[in-house]
Design a protein around this ligand. Sequence first.
Ligand code: MF3
Ligand code: CO
Length: 255
Amino acid sequence: MGAAGRVVGDVLAAVKHRAAPGVTLRELDVLAADLIAQAGARPTFLGYHPDWAPRPYPGVICASVNDAVVHAIPDAKPLRPGDLLSVDLAVHVDGWCADAAFSVVVGRADPVDVALIEATERALAAGIAAAVPGARLGDVAHAIGSVGRAAGFGLLADHGGHGVGRAMHEAPFVPNEGRAGRGLTLRPGLVLALEPMLVASGADAYRHDPDGWTVRTADRSRAAHVEHTVAITEDGPRVLTLPSDRAVAGAHGHC
Ligand code: MF3
Ligand code: CO
């Protein structure tokens, strides 16, 4: 899973580096596909078909802009200055999966968007810090949710993180809000994808686009999403989806 995580980290760093006004989401998808192929990995999202989706996922990345929170399909639309872009990617290497995401503003950023992304990153960092052996799943959920609520942002309803292993989505579901001291006790060897999704307006509600995939905020306010795959080890949490030192020059990771 570390090998898969390094590919995810490197590809996301390259995609983040390339993202700019005028670049289309499909160009970012092609870039990711090429780099994944070069790395000898398999793009997990492509053809993924959970029971809640109307059709198999047609992209390599999810590229969600502004009020799209997650699961948006890359299309031919160019990014515009000030767009808030979230990119999500999972790959398999030798049958093992890793999953991560970043959010960034392309061009000149509205300070509210910057604050939203920073709070989402802080929520993820708090969740990672709580993912230690002996802690409970509720401690992780509580850590993530408290940061989001304290910042005054919404937490997207019904969505959260998940176990990762041979499959992208494994038990347990990891809510982005919860009660400390409750739930599954974390043990070394468990690997979790933690993924806060924060909404600028403070509301939690969402809707699906007619494409059946794109999750959009119900009030059309902007949202940010960041994600890491984190192994619980005896030495504490280990983030598996950081870029390797072969990462694109000028890119500083994605979180
Ligand atoms: N990576 C997403 C998640 O974090 C799943 C995307 S599924 C896809 O759980 F098919 F849309 F790609
Ligand atoms: Co995930």
